[in-house]
Design a protein around this ligand. Structure first.
Ligand code: B1M
Length: 213
């Protein structure tokens, strides 16, 4: 197996230290940072994402693979910056006000990062005002709102209204997701798109950023 294949395989097994060591080996072999990222780390994460979509792996496997990805990224980050690999776009993510569920939101964040997006995570219990302020500060392309409760999903409408009130609605794509969220709910509150799972959300976010590039 090549070193890039090793990186992908270790990441899929969630073996963080081996992933990092393989990344270091690839750097020493002179493999370009962009290739280590795309053909090693992101290739492995993409396989995990597809398996997750098909229910062939579950949340724990995805979480440990994501942890391996983050560990593997450590030696690569300075090289990526100096090599000028640009992020594909900026996403502000958070679980809406009143809602403390963050496992799904964290998975969406990890999948998005695995696809090369810059993700600013506001955490849980995030108000409309905080989404708007963060979007301004980071010049975001996408707002990604997660909700797990039928009592908090309505808060997503406030996020949409918050961007309208700030005069930013036409410049921002608002994505919504979480177990109770449907396409028709998304349409009814005036959000732009909804995704049923983390891997689809990451694919959709990349497509949005590619269109506006
Ligand atoms: Co809560 N809880 N919980 N809970 N909890 C649910 C959601 C519930 C369905 C359980 C039940 O009754 N069967 C129920 C909601 C009922 C409803 O509203 N219809 C419920 C309730 C009622 C509550 C409390 C009110 C309980 C109480 O206190 N009486 C309370 C509310 C607290 C609050 O938020 N204010 C509460 C608390 C908690 C814990 C703190 C104990 C814990 C959360 C811990 C944490 O997140 N750090 C918890 C948990 C763990 C759950 C269950 C068991 C699991 C949720 C989860 O993490 N699933 C859940 C029951 C269940 O789902 N079986 C339940 C795994 C996760 C990977 O899936 O988050 O759906 P999910 O994310 C998916 C997709 O939805 C999607 O991608 C992810 C991966 O593919 N997705 C997006 C998510 N966000 C997305 C965003 C996107 C796109 C896709 O784009 C932006």
């Amino acid at each position: 197996m090549s070193t890039l294949e090793d990186i992908s395989a270790f990441l899929q097994k969630g073996r963080a230290n081996e992933t990092k060591a393989a990344v270091q080996k690839a750097i020493e072999e002179g493999i370009a940072a962009k290739d280590i990222l795309e053909k090693g780390l992101m290739a492995g994460m993409s396989i995990i994402g597809d398996k997750f979509k098909r229910n062939e792996v579950y949340v724990p496997e995805v979480l440990i693979a994501a942890r391996a990805m983050n560990t593997g990224l450590e030696p690569l980050k300075p090289l990526l910056v100096s090599a000028g690999v640009k992020s594909k776009g900026t996403v502000i993510i958070g679980t809406v006000k009143g809602d403390l569920h963050d496992i799904g939101k964290n998975l969406v964040k990890m999948m998005m990062e695995g696809k090369g997006l810059k993700v600013i995570d506001l955490g849980v219990d995030v108000s409309s005002d905080r989404f708007v302020a963060a979007a301004k500060e980071h010049e975001a392309d996408i707002i990604a709102c997660s909700a797990l409760l039928t009592t908090t999903m309505t808060e997503m409408k406030n996020v949409v209204e918050g961007f309208k009130a700030a005069g930013m609605r036409d410049r921002i794509t608002i994505m919504v997701g979480g177990a109770p969220i449907t396409d028709s709910f998304c349409t009814s509150i005036g959000a732009d798109l909804s995704s049923p799972d983390a891997a689809s959300a990451a694919d959709a976010a990349v497509a949005v950023c590619a269109k506006s590039a």
